[in-house]
Design a protein around this ligand. Structure first.
Ligand code: PFF
Ligand code: NA
Length: 455
């Protein structure tokens, strides 16, 4: 067995490198594309508050748990679980949890890549000046054309998958650190600029009220599930992505502090995206609940109208593609690391095989917006069903078991040693959250959606 102090896949050069990579995984389409449209579909303020509570009470403790388990196991999630289980003398069934994560990663990447492809298509549209001087209606039909074109979507989906697998083939520590270093500040500046534009639309307060004035009568059991699922999705939790990055983390880094920074940045980016988008929605009489196309129907209006909009629009979509790329890498890394460990096949070959499978599955999402849009499961098209299955079921389920494992199976001596918190009360708070609060919350939200409470 390999030396347990370092992963065979390498190690991050510093704490900052891990922060960059994990932030790269967290900040992505989930913040800029998904958060605004699900907030729109679920009535705004109250949904946002539930989401924030889920991030703080469930997301952060589980993120700490995942990072810690990865660092102790030093392997891909499936094998890390095996190592930790042995160490704790528990049942070997726990490695199925690693499998659940690998499969969730596959399924998510298959549709994530299609949406990232939309962002790529918009880089080109921005470059050719398609937004300038266009009305809200023209911008909407630009998006509709893309959605109805399988060829255009398949083209960009292919470009995105090939790029992702090319990066993963080189090992995640290489180019990623550098990319994220300019990505985050760049994204932040452009979002601030969009917020400034939103202030000039005349509907800024209306947008802010929508996002921050809660009306709990809008909330249903299914919106609570969506908010909770999104807390997992946005922080990349419940499937081993953060566990695998944790396995490359040097021993002396404080996990809790690092995790809080990452979750904070992720939340900030999502809120800024919403603050920029909703005023544009209201100012142009668009529909808040219009679904996955929301950012593509709103932000180009801003770029088409502001001075320097051509350049800013171009930069924004380029950065969005990079943000998606740094998340996509982490979606497939658990599977690739596992292949390399267990079959001793080359990283490159593992990437090609995994990438092809994911690409193939992604075609289902492409067609769900056009040719196969009538083809539904439980009332959702293929994209909707995949999104529901992964974000609302698989990730919370994975997170539930991770919390149980970290809180109840792993020896306290080990978790204490890994977390190395300055004070014992902090450790007890974390332990309480992963032992009781996080699993109970997931359980209750699931039961509620199943109608057990009869509401
Ligand atoms: N956190 C990413 C986002 O918000 O876009 C999506 C994601 C990446 C989910 C990695 C899960 C994951 F393992
Ligand atoms: Na995110």
């Amino acid at each position: 067995m390999a030396d347990t102090n370092q992963s065979i896949h390498g190690e991050w050069s510093s704490r900052f490198a891990f922060i960059l990579a994990a932030t790269g995984s967290a900040v992505g389409l989930g913040n800029i594309w998904k958060f605004p449209y699900i907030t729109g579909e679920n009535g705004g303020g109250a949904f946002v508050i539930i989401y924030l509570i889920c991030v703080a009470a469930i997301g952060i403790p589980i993120m700490i748990a995942e990072t810690m388990m990865g660092r102790r196991g030093r392997r891909s999630p499936i094998n890390t679980l095996e190592v930790l289980t042995k160490e704790a003398g528990a049942s070997t069934n726990w490695h199925y949890l690693g499998w659940l994560g690998v499969i969730a990663g596959f399924l998510i990447l298959s549709y994530y890549s299609v949406i990232a492809g939309w962002a790529m298509a918009y880089v080109l549209k921005a470059f050719t000046g398609s937004f300038s001087g266009e009305s809200a209606e023209q911008i909407s039909s630009l998006f509709a054309d893309l959605q109805f074109s399988p060829v255009e979507q398949i083209f960009w989906h292919t470009v995105f998958m090939v790029t992702t697998m090319a990066v993963v083939a080189r090992g995640v520590q290489g180019g990623l650190e550098k990319a994220v270093r300019f990505l985050m500040p760049g994204l932040f500046i452009l979002l601030m600029l969009l917020v400034a534009y939103a202030m000039t639309t005349g509907a800024y307060m209306q947008g802010m009220n929508f996002m921050f004035k809660p009306d709990f009568s809008d909330i249903t059991g299914s919106s609570v599930l969506t908010a909770m699922g999104h807390a997992f999705f946005t922080l990349s939790l419940g499937m081993g992505a953060i566990m695998v990055y944790g396995s490359y983390l040097p021993k002396d880094v404080s996990i809790a502090k690092t995790v809080i920074i990452i979750a904070g940045v992720d939340t900030l980016v999502a809120l800024l995206a919403g603050i920029a988008i909703f005023p544009i929605v209201f100012a142009n009489g668009l529909e808040v609940g219009s679904g996955p196309g929301l950012i593509f129907q709103t932000l180009p209006i801003a770029f088409g109208n502001m001075t320097g909009g051509w350049l800013f629009g171009l930069l924004f979509f380029i950065l969005l593609v990079f943000a998606a790329l740094s998340s996509a890498i982490s979606l497939i890394e658990p599977a690739v690391a596992w292949c390399v460990e267990n079959y001793e096949i080359e990283r490159k070959k593992a990437c090609m095989a995994m990438g092809f499978l994911t690409w193939l599955l992604g075609l289902g999402t492409v067609f769900s917006f056009n040719t196969w849009s009538d083809f539904t499961f439980f009332g959702a098209n293929i994209f909707g069903a995949l999104d529901y299955l992964t974000a609302n079921i698989m990730l919370p389920l994975g997170g539930f078991f991770i919390a149980i494992f970290a809180g109840r199976i792993m020896l306290e001596k080990h978790s204490k040693e890994e977390l190395n918190l300055a004070n014992d009360d902090l450790f007890s708070i974390w332990k309480f959250l992963v032992m009781y609060i996080a699993p109970a919350a997931v359980f209750i939200v699931f039961l509620n959606v199943l109608g057990v409470f009869g509401v």
